[in-house]
Design a protein around this ligand. Structure first.
Ligand code: PEP
Length: 255
């Protein structure tokens, strides 16, 4: 079944101990209880917090995701976490190909595709991240880079309900900078032509002050939020800004 839009997912990255993680989830649950509205709210906490927050999420209808998975289902891979393990921990989804993995850990398109396929095989929705670096952006090569990354890392056989693509310009992640409205619109139009009805998120320095404008752009179905998702009130404000902007309704066949 298609996820209702806006789809707003928080990537906590390497942040979260028991106390602050539980407090953040409790705050989101309280908001959802009081004013859920239309849409999908999700979080991707660090692996150590998945089974801590999972029982709370189930009662509050939040989507739960991992931040990365192995391309292998199990075995001698010290330190790695497999997609079946994430599924067993209660995850619905997993981020693959985040720029901090592609650039920080040297992950190739082929590896990202293998991870996305492992996620699908385990019954998880891969949240496939793609995006250009600052140099590529400056050189006007954004669309070429997005095409190459999609070509190289889109998993085989993913239906529209089973995959999310997040456009995240590397230079916008954690910097407070975002592409202008027209550039996001152009890039998402371009991606829409390639991926059809697959959910398209924008990510990179989304805050409550720019979330409404970004999520009002056609073919932006929601947001992947890093730093701002660590503050429950700010994260909730981003979600409600997306709802108010009518996010997702502009796209044909929006649910
Ligand atoms: C991210 O890391 O996926 C991200 C979008 O980060 P930020 O919102 O902090 O730019």
């Amino acid at each position: 079944m298609a996820l209702p839009k806006p789809i707003v997912i928080g990537n906590w990255k390497m942040n979260g101990l028991r106390a602050d993680s539980v407090a953040r989830v409790e705050a989101l649950r309280a908001h959802l209880r009081d004013a859920a509205g239309r849409g999908t709210l999700g979080i991707c906490p660090p692996a150590t917090m998945l089974t801590v927050v999972e029982p709370l999420l189930r009662q509050g209808a939040l989507l739960l995701g991992g931040q990365d998975c192995s391309s292998e289902p199990g075995g001698a891979h010290t330190g790695d976490i497999s997609a079946p393990m994430l599924k067993d921990a209660g995850c619905d989804a997993v981020i693959v190909g985040h720029s901090e993995r592609r650039h920080g850990h040297g992950e190739s398109d082929a590896l990202v595709r293998a991870k996305a396929e492992a996620a699908l095989a385990a019954g998880l929705i891969p949240i496939l991240c793609i995006g250009e670096t600052e140099d590529e952006w400056q050189a006007g090569r954004t669309l070429e880079v997005l095409d190459r990354q999609l070509e190289g890392s889109l998993p085989a056989g993913a239906s529209a309900e089973k995959l999310i693509v997040a456009y995240e310009p590397v230079w916008a992640i954690g910097t407070g900078r975002t592409p202008c409205r027209d550039d996001i619109a152009r890039n998402h139009d371009h991606l829409r032509r390639h991926v059809g009805d697959i959910v398209l998120l924008y990510g990179g320095s989304v805050k409550s002050t720019n979330a409404g404008e970004i999520m009002a752009i056609a073919n932006v179905d929601g947001a992947l939020v890093g730093g701002a998702s660590l503050d429950a009130e700010e994260f909730w404000a981003i979600y409600t800004a997306g709802q108010a902007a009518g996010c997702g309704r502009a796209a044909a066949g929006a649910t």
